[in-house]
Design a protein around this ligand. Structure first.
Ligand SMILES: *Cc1c(COP(=O)(O)O)cnc(C)c1O
Length: 398
């Protein structure tokens, strides 16, 4: 196992990976006290300190959480600084990967299980001739991200019960996959799934992409016996948006690397990771592990309380608080109102989004009204969100 259960050991033994382009989103609004460096060195594109504005793309205040469609999360200034340092040198990427730890994500993880270190198999994917060809998944765990698994050419075999699982395992079975956020939905829970995989001698993977906090999830599933675990680098870890982490068995992580960029004739070549992202991910992880997570959770709750105290002054408006068990396991606030306000939650959400500044607040997580979280808000934005909400709700009050 390429991982220990302590924080100190943890950072030393794992690293990062990424895909796609390198971007460093800075302050959302140029109007906010801009860091001294923002406007200085850049002329032409970017000289305003807000490249998005220059492109005519609206920046938004994010009350929805770590949504990939909104850009994930904002990397911290220190991560930005280390990424800029990384951009000033050439290095051997395989050497960097080894030094930074072990890296990559779902597709490459499975590809590595399928190919091992066989160069012919690596070049051959997604043609599975000569390899195993099936991955077992609970029916309730199917989700759009399993496209990454299917892209290796494997067939997903759906099961619901323990009996069905037993019958599904055969000599074509490459892996058993678990979608962490779907834990409650499936009959077989996260700890039993890895035990059953061990019994059947099949490697198992857990997609825990959005499942920090709590920070302990970074090692919990490895300790539970999962052979490979994936985390998104650009969600709560606040690493580069195109980065991710593959944690687990050293041999399997090694095989995953062989199926990825910089190697050219590989399935993962399109998931190129830059040296800046690899280095930035290591920094983000260091910062995340050193964070006081209790203090952060209190701060996130306080921001919601601040908003609540403003909007509940409007007759008919109430708020309540909840924390989803898994995925975005952070304080959320539900906002509801009675007939005194003639506006549907969908309309309110739309008006907020098209407002100035634009505020994104999600649906109700299957609850009535609006629901929001505050962990992606920048300092002071809770006040802006409160003001925008008050404006919208008052405008439609009887
Ligand atoms: C966000 C997410 C992914 C994708 O991770 P990225 O590394 O951000 O692309 C995969 N699975 C789940 C469940 C996710 O929430």
């Amino acid at each position: 196992m390429n991982l220990t259960s302590s924080r100190r050991g943890f950072l030393g033994t794992l690293g990062a990976v990424a895909t796609a382009a390198f971007a460093t989103p800075r302050k959302l609004f140029a109007a906010r006290p801009a860091a001294a460096e923002t406007a200085s060195a850049v002329t032409g594109f970017g000289q305003s300190g807000n490249p998005y504005q220059e492109l005519g793309v609206t920046t938004v205040i994010n009350g929805e959480g770590t949504m990939t469609t909104l850009g994930g999360s904002l990397i911290k200034p220190e991560v930005e600084a280390v990424m800029a340092q990384a951009a000033r040198h050439f290095v051997s990427i395989p050497e960097l990967e080894a030094a930074a730890g072990k890296r990559t994500a779902m597709q490459s993880g499975l590809a590595g299980i399928l190919t091992g270190d066989n160069p012919k198999f690596i070049e051959q994917l997604p043609d599975l001739t000569g390899m195993k060809s099936e991955v077992i998944i609970q029916k309730s765990h199917r989700n759009p991200f399993d496209h990454q698994l299917r892209s290796t050419g494997i067939k997903l075999i759906e099961v619901e019960t323990r009996d069905e699982l037993r019958q599904a395992v055969n000599d074509r079975t490459a892996m058993m996959h678990f979608s962490n956020f779907a834990n409650a939905a499936g009959q077989i829970k996260v700890d039993e799934w890895s035990k059953l995989a061990k019994q059947h001698n099949v490697p198992c993977m857990n997609d825990a992409a959005a499942d920090t906090p709590p920070v302990s999830h970074l090692w919990d599933y490895a300790n539970m016996g999962y052979d490979l675990i994936t985390f998104s680098g650009g969600k709560a870890l606040r690493g580069p948006q195109c980065a991710g982490m593959l944690i687990g068995r050293e041999d399997l992580v090694h095989y995953a690397l062989l199926n990825n960029s910089p190697y050219e004739d590989t399935l993962g070549r399109g998931q190129k990771v830059g040296k800046e992202e690899i280095v930035g991910m290591v920094k983000a992880l260091e910062l995340y592990l050193n964070e006081d997570h209790d203090v952060l959770a209190k701060e996130w709750q306080q921001r919601l309380q601040n908003i609540s105290s403003q909007i509940t002054k409007i007759p008919g408006v109430s708020t309540s608080f909840f924390i989803p068990d898994i995925a975005n396991h952070v304080p959320h606030m539900q906002i509801t109102w009675d007939a005194r306000i003639s506006l549907t939650p969908q309309q309110a959400s739309q008006v907020l989004r098209s407002g100035q500044p634009s505020v994104v607040i999600g649906g109700g997580e299957a609850r009535p009204g609006l629901a929001m979280n505050s962990f992606m808000l920048q300092p002071g934005e809770d006040q802006i969100v409160a003001a925008q909400l008050v404006k919208v709700l008052r405008a439609h009050s009887a």
